[in-house]
Design a protein around this ligand. Structure first.
Ligand code: UT7
Length: 320
């Protein structure tokens, strides 16, 4: 039986780091408020980098670690909701940057669950034997969809990208992925409404990200523990049997609450939102890339989970 395995991970962020104190220069906020409510101290914001620049750089790093020639890639999937164009996809632009001319390319839009969704798709292509080398990237340039006058949202997010290479294995790798969506609750979190310029359309033209933070908070704290328990039950495990949890880095209070609901020590949950803020689809691969650099993944049973706009959520169980 063919499984898929993550053989390399890399990440890339814009050059500019913006601290909470930097934001407090032009928004009515403080480092104390942002850090105590979210765990965030700084985020990276693109000045000249595009979403596909970030994605391509993360992809190059992952390919170099894996020792793979871009021409050998069968597929590039980019998880994003902040691409440079509605079309072409970010993945087509990444293909151009990498010179991965043989690769099939498309984007997945599942917001902050995007990387977990994209990994699920890539995993299926490898399990069927159709593809051998797939690059899965989470890349976001959230700064371009924020309302920089709305202190309730603009302090939370950052730009960045993380990339993983998937290849076949006859050992264990990606054990399983479970993804869900609750479309009826879409209005809790939405962004990028296509601005209308026709003289006829009468709908909303608000392009900025709008979020009911407390509803999203409750959703995450309820549904993420549920899907984690579904995953562990399905595989005859308990949450205790997972060595390391890498969840979407939206808020340290969400992760702490999820740990509590699973009756687990929060130290099992990796956190890096302090440095990057919430980078949506990029947060899980950036965190995994840092862990890989520190040699913290090898031999471990890792559960990754995403949650966000859609509303979408999901989890993947991976043996490294
Ligand atoms: O990645 C997608 C998933 N997204 C999430 O997971 C986000 C989930 N939600 C959250 O993380 C939290 O709800 C937030 C961090 C967004 C907000 O935290 P909160 O504890 O729910 O705060 P709040 O929105 O209830 O606001 C509390 C107070 C308000 O003032 P009043 O009305 O109590 O006087 C806000 O106006 O804090 C005020 N406030 C701020 N003050 C200083 C809101 N934003 C700020 C700010 N600086 N940046």
């Amino acid at each position: 039986m063919i499984n898929s395995k993550i053989t390399a991970i890399g990440h890339h962020v814009p050059a500019l780091a913006v601290t909470n104190n930097d934001l407090a220069q032009f928004i009515d906020t403080s480092d104390e408020w942002i850090h105590s409510r979210t765990g965030i101290r700084q985020r990276y914001i693109a000045k000249t980098e595009t979403c596909h620049d970030l994605a391509a750089e993360a992809g190059k790093k992952a390919l170099s670690i894996a020792g793979i020639d871009p021409m050998d890639l069968d597929m590039i999937i980019v998880a994003t909701f902040t691409g440079d164009y509605a079309t072409p996809s970010v993945s087509c632009l990444v293909q151009k940057e990498l010179g991965a001319d043989r690769a099939m390319c498309f984007d997945v839009n599942a917001a902050c669950s995007g990387f977990v969704y994209a990994l699920d798709v890539a995993d299926q292509f490898i399990r069927t034997g159709k593809h051998q080398k797939i690059l899965v990237i989470g890349s976001e340039k959230l700064s371009q969809v924020l309302d920089w006058d709305d202190r309730g949202t603009c302090v939370l997010f950052g730009d960045g990208a993380g990339a993983a290479v998937l290849e076949p294995t006859d050992e264990q790798g990606i054990i399983d992925t479970i993804n869900y969506a609750i479309g009826k609750d879409y209005s809790c979190l939405a962004a990028g409404n296509m601005i209308n310029k026709t003289p006829y359309y009468e709908g909303s033209t608000d392009h900025a990200l709008r979020m009911n933070g407390q509803e999203v908070f409750q959703f995450a704290c309820t549904k993420v523990p549920e899907v984690i328990r579904e995953m562990t039950d399905k595989h005859g495990l308990t949450p205790e049997d997972i060595d390391l949890y890498v969840l979407h880095q939206a808020n340290c209070r969400i992760i702490t609450k999820i740990a509590k609901r699973l009756k687990l020590d929060v130290n099992r949950f990796y956190m890096n939102m302090e440095k990057y803020g919430n980078t949506s689809a990029a947060s899980v691969p950036i965190a995994m890339s840092e862990l890989a650099q520190q040699g913290q993944l090898e031999g471990k049973k890792v559960l990754i989970a995403g949650f966000g706009a859609g509303l979408t959520y999901g989890a993947s169980l991976i043996q490294f």
